[in-house]
Design a protein around this ligand. Structure first.
Ligand code: GLV
Ligand code: MN
Ligand code: MN
Length: 410
């Protein structure tokens, strides 16, 4: 390996990740919902570290943390997020933030290296209050009305109330300064098992899926479970179960090889064993990086629901809750990650799409963006068992710092 004057300090990266893991620890992972005490402590932890990288810290009016540099020359923006899913893993988010901090600590004080790394921790990537609220705010895609209507999906707490309680209500929201950055680079755990099962160290992300989400409701007739003949029922629960099966039978003929769909929650109303449900609702999600595929699947969903509604004597309703924004990663950024992987990961890298959503797909709407992945042990994520070996974490940090250096050098 060539001698580099400036390299990631692996021990420092691991120590920082473990410090963040200790804040809001839960089993082997963390519990840090957006604007919880543990999340806010993590934001302040980062703000206190940023001066080590010659960055001025700010936390803005939506809970984004920024470290800005006064160094002359080109600037690259790097980061990820610090909140977690409920009772989930320690690396989903913090890995990318700590790599960004490390790149800034290595590159910014080095007067022999032109340019600087600026750091961002985007608020609420995990969607407790909405989706990508922090990064969307930064690119100018979040209105005051969006914030007025946002509520925590678990507790129902209003976002305005949460912002007041954590002391951010009166702060301005930071907006991207066009032309300030040559682009945005984010690192993340893969959250799947492609890298691990292929013995690879680095994923070079080519595209990021869009996420489409729906509330599907059947309304039938609530009635007595003992006295209502089977033929006379309008069972909304049965209609919903039929829909789940029909989706699984029909979608495979219409989807792309990478499309995925998930029923995240089913609610039967009133939900008692002696009562035929009069209402049944499910939250349903589809992911793909091609909106054309989603169009086909949405049309199929509508016609399947109509058929099943008619057969079950129920009225169907499909409400779209979220529209996906797939993101394409910049070719120059992919190339820089590949070159850095050749030096620091023995070329054990793979170009691959991301099946998880990331803030990079939002930033990609206003500047070139790139992402790199490190392996996830057994592909587990959104669970406290989520993990990556220390060796893979350190290799990823070295590749990340070197990719930043290459991009700044043009
Ligand atoms: C992000 O956490 C996702 O669910 O893709
Ligand atoms: Mn994440
Ligand atoms: Mn996540």
């Amino acid at each position: 390996m060539p001698e580099y004057r400036s390299q990631a300090n692996g021990a420092r990266v691991l120590a920082d990740l473990n410090a963040l893991r200790a804040i809001g620890a839960y089993k082997s992972g963390v519990h840090k919902p957006t604007f919880s005490a543990a999340h806010m402590e993590s934001l302040h932890w980062l703000a206190q570290r940023l001066p080590e990288a010659q960055l001025t810290p700010t936390i803005d009016g939506i809970g984004n943390v920024f470290g800005t540099s006064k160094k002359s020359g080109p600037k690259i923006l790097a980061g990820s997020h610090l909140e977690s899913q409920n009772f989930a893993g320690w690396l989903d988010g913090p890995l990318g933030v700590v790599y960004a901090l490390e790149a800034a600590r290595v590159i910014n004080p080095d007067s022999g290296l032109g340019g600087a790394v600026e750091v961002a921790a985007w608020c609420d990537e995990e969607g407790h209050f909405g989706h990508f609220l922090g990064s969307r705010s930064y690119i100018g895609d979040l209105t005051e009305a969006d914030i007025d209507s946002a509520k925590d999906r678990t507790s129902g707490r209003k976002m305005r109330e949460a912002l007041r309680e954590v002391g951010l209500a009166d702060r301005p929201r930071a907006r991207a300064e066009l032309g300030r950055h040559i682009g945005y680079l984010e690192a993340h755990i893969e959250q799947g098992d492609t890298l691990e099962s292929s013995g690879l160290g680095i994923g070079i992300v080519t595209s990021i899926v869009g996420i489409w989400q729906y509330r599907i409701t059947f309304t039938g007739e609530q009635n007595h479970a003992g006295t209502t003949r089977m033929g006379a029922r309008k069972d909304a629960g049965l209609a919903l179960a039929r829909l789940c099966v029909a989706i699984d039978e029909r979608f495979p003929d219409l989807c792309s090889p990478r499309t995925v769909w998930t029923t995240g929650r089913i609610t039967l109303d009133p939900g008692a064993p002696s009562i035929i449900p009069g209402r049944a609702e499910m939250l349903f999600q589809i992911r793909d990086d091609d909106p054309g595929v989603i169009d086909r699947l949405e049309n199929a969903l509508t016609s399947i629901a109509t058929e099943i509604g008619a057969k079950s004597g129920c009225k169907e309703d499909i409400e779209r809750l979220r529209t996906g924004v797939p993101g394409l990663m910049d070719e120059r950024f992919q190339h820089a990650i590949a070159e850095a992987s050749n030096v620091f990961a023995g070329g054990r890298s793979l170009r691959m799409p991301s099946g998880a959503g990331h803030d990079a797909q939002i930033l990609a709407r206003i500047m070139p963006a790139g992402m790199l992945f490190v392996p996830s042990i057994r592909g587990i994520s959104h669970h406290w068992d989520e993990n990556t070996t220390d060796g893979d974490i350190v290799t990823g940090a070295q590749v990340f710092v070197d990719a930043c250096r290459r991009l700044l050098a043009g």
